[in-house]
Design a protein around this ligand. Structure first.
Ligand code: HSE
Length: 313
């Protein structure tokens, strides 16, 4: 039997929602698991990059041995029902650029878990899939929208369960993603964060997070402009991603462009604009990147409301 799962990219944090807010985007990885292989062949993991511009990066960054996150996901799922994976061929078709803060690792973890779960007759429910994926990833902000789609607020609770709610993203607001031709590994981007933060910075983010949820729910442009800001991670990471502050600066006086935030741990940034301002926002971003002499792919994307989907079985 063979099963394929298509999983969307995700952008985590959205400024103030560090490690708890994320949204799904229409760029996809597909994980296929084939169990009709010869006995004794073990677990084989193959990666096929579909986006030529990122070929080497994608292939280099997804480890193929049994310690890889893909193998770990499959193994944890089998272990959860008292089994061990033996002969499996796992193919991963990738179009999500890696080390850009677009949830490529969450997508392969979720794809592998859901494909293996389907092969085993669906022993794990959504909440078990979310818990296992978060255990591997370390935080739920990418894996939850990868599983359920949309804009999602999520939390790993003390018992390991994932509490989440989907929040409707307004059609009035466009998302523009600027994906620089620059790698930034999540471990490096997390290594610059402090262990503790000043109380006033925590208070600042608490306020922005409340503003963001209210702004999204009521499509409040002014509130969203104030909300798309952060003191818990972006200030520490800004040296690694100089385009983030430059883009923020270039759009700050524009009424129709609501803000610029780091996408996940970077290196991509995400800009929120009114639909009418998409072209203007793209040309401002492009100007900043050209001035910095950094090549970048600048895309306007809709929020993907569907999460991971089994596409054949
Ligand atoms: N919330 C995570 C971070 C997302 O900002 O490090 C990237 O994995």
């Amino acid at each position: 039997m063979k099963v394929s799962v298509k999983v969307p990219a995700t952008s985590a944090n959205l400024g103030p929602g560090f490690d708890c807010l994320g949204l799904a985007l229409p760029i996809y990885n597909t994980v296929t698991i084939d169990e009709t292989v010869l006995p004794g062949t073990g677990v084989e993991i193959n990666i096929l990059a579909q986006d030529e511009s990122y070929d080497d990066l994608i292939i280099d960054h997804i480890p193929r041995d049994e310690n890889s996150i893909v193998y770990k996901a499959v193994e944890l799922l089998y272990n959860s029902i008292g089994q061990t994976p033996s002969e499996l061929k796992i193919n991963i078709q990738t179009t999500i650029p890696v080390t850009r803060g677009l949830g490529s690792s969450a997508a392969v973890i979720v794809g592998a878990l859901m494909a293996a779960n389907h092969l085993l007759g669906e022993p794990a429910d959504e909440s078990a899939i979310l818990s296992i994926a978060t255990e591997i990833e370390g935080h739920p902000d990418n894996v939850t929208p990868a599983v359920v789609g949309g804009l999602v607020l999520s939390s790993m609770e003390d018992d390991g369960s994932i509490l989440y709610r989907k929040i409707h993203w307004p059609d009035e607001w466009a998302i523009i993603v600027c994906i620089p031709d620059v790698e930034l590994a999540t471990e490096i981007s997390r290594s610059v964060l402090p262990e503790t933060v000043p109380l006033q910075d925590a208070v600042y983010n608490t306020k922005r997070m409340g503003m963001l949820i209210q702004a999204v729910n009521t499509v409040d442009d002014e509130l969203m402009k104030a909300a798309l800001s952060d003191k818990l991670h972006q200030p520490y990471r800004s040296k690694l991603v100089p385009w983030m502050d430059e883009i923020s600066e270039s759009i700050k006086h524009d009424d129709d462009i609501l803000g610029c935030v780091l996408s996940g741990a970077g290196s991509a940034v995400l800009v929120v604009a009114k639909q009418s301002a998409v072209d203007k926002a793209k040309s401002k971003i492009s100007e900043v990147m050209n001035n910095l002499n950094v090549k970048a792919d600048i895309k306007s994307l809709k929020v993907e409301n569907n999460g991971a989907t089994i596409i054949n079985a």
